[in-house]
Design a protein around this ligand. Sequence first.
Ligand SMILES: *Cc1c(COP(=O)(O)O)cnc(C)c1O
Length: 363
Amino acid sequence: MSGAPAVPLSAPALGDLERRYLLEAFDSGWISGTGPFVRLFEERLASRAERAHAVSVNSGTAALEAVLQALGVAAGDEVIVPALTFAAPAAAVLNLRASPVLCDIDPVAWTLDPVAAGKLVTPRTRAVIAVDLLGHPADFDALADLGVPVIEDAAQAHGAAYRGRPAGTHGVASVFSFHANKAVSTGEGGCVVTDDGELARRVRLIANHAMTPDRPYRHDMPGRNLRMTNLTAAIGAAQVERWDELVSARNAVAAQYTELLAGCAARPRPAAPWADPSCWLFAVTSRDRDAVVAHMADEGIDARAIWPPLSELPLYAGRAPIPCPVAAEVSATTLWLPTWAHMPRHDIRRVAGALRSALAAGA
Ligand SMILES: *Cc1c(COP(=O)(O)O)cnc(C)c1O
């Protein structure tokens, strides 16, 4: 097969509102990261995420790095991260010259196993990054008992809830990504949300050249420029206005997949009783995962195998003090089906049909 797949993995949901705000920002001539749409975007994010403060940055990874640095994470420190995740949380720790400590996941929630995490806490542990994997929140009450600051990575979890409390409200701070394939998107972008005013102030300082706010050009540490542009924030302000619609449109796709795949040998991912997940990419498990993905690729469908466990990448080898068998099992059997807001019904049917025929072909 060549060229773009007939059914892509993901597609953004941009419309008239995004176009209108973007043109407004463009026409205003204010394109840098200090413009009015940045402030509007942050106000809307804070209120949406039910947090006192939101600081926008230019990626979810930048948000993770800024919040880790703001918490004082530095060389010699350890940060516990799940063994199965997109690599950004572990990379953020390495970029601060600290040590990511890989921890296994729970077999139902697929998020950090609090019991395993408890065994990994040492006097050098400075934080835990709990990823709400594929829109399923982590077990934050159990993680709070570890006595270590928890950072919630809600990059994949816009609209999810843990025991009735929305993703983005857990731990000392939460991070969102607005990458193009995330539920709420600005192309590239991210933010830190927190109720801790001092932490928010430090994140903003780090992201803004470490320039003392009331004393221009005074820098007390080497800062970075992680700011989001006013143009990007204009798209973001529109997307946050559409938050509920975007989340429910994705969940509606998941509901259709669930219905179409009833009784199928490929099982939807499980969910813990305390979770109210939202769908990022619809995930199913199959013993024959690789053959299924190959069969679907032949039919022009961009279904994909989930990430390898980080502990299997040479970069992170030796960083799991305790084996992570659940992460390995989930990683070996899970694939994502194409998922985006307002994905047409005929595409959903086509994907479900291809999955069934892949399994019937003995894939
Ligand atoms: C997408 C993602 C990130 C990184 O976000 P970027 O905006 O792509 O830098 C971090 N963590 C998780 C879990 C993600 O899925």
